[in-house]
Design a protein around this ligand. Structure first.
Ligand SMILES: [Zn+2]
Ligand SMILES: [Zn+2]
Length: 161
């Protein structure tokens, strides 16, 4: 499945043929730190088809065997690569259409949050428009600096406030 993605600021973009059934969640402590979240959601892509289409990530070797790439300008975690592997893993949240994938497995469950199974039962406060005023939503949209969920010829746009 050919997919595009990139960081929040748009300085780094990529295209990859992701292997949809390799989508997974990793609960290990290193992934938690690397993505600043309770777990990392990743999907594999063959290295031979993977291309950086704008910019290049910075990287951190989280161990002798693994390199993690992220945008140096905005900090978005983008990729995980084990040395010698023919695949690279991309963070599902950085894809333009993360909704097209669903995890098929989870691993390193020793790091899994004890309440993970109850996650969908936490109180639901509704949609953004139910919580924020129309004025506040409009003000945020008018100054939104997040790259859109598709490739762009020019970024940032010339007319950005
Ligand atoms: Zn960025
Ligand atoms: Zn992990």
């Amino acid at each position: 499945m050919r997919m595009t993605g990139g960081c929040q600021c748009g300085a780094v973009r990529f295209a990859a043929s992701v292997v949809a059934d390799s989508a997974h969640i990793c609960h290990c402590r290193m992934c938690q730190k690397a993505v600043g979240n309770y777990f990392a959601a990743l999907v594999g892509a063959p290295l031979r088809d993977f291309v950086w289409t704008r910019g290049q990530p910075s990287s951190f070797r989280s161990s002798e065997h693994v390199e993690r790439g992220f945008c140096a300008a905005c900090g978005t975690p983008l990729v995980y690569r084990a040395d010698g592997s023919a695949h690279i893993n991309v963070t599902i949240g950085s894809l333009d259409h993360p909704d097209r994938l669903m995890p098929t497995s989870q691993d390193s469950i020793e790091g899994r949050m004890p309440w993970f199974a109850e996650l969908t039962a936490v109180p639901d406060l509704g949609r953004t428009e139910d919580i924020d005023s129309p004025e506040r939503i409009a003000a945020i949209k008018a100054t939104n600096r997040q790259h859109p969920d598709h490739d762009t010829d020019q970024w940032p746009p010339e007319n950005r406030p």
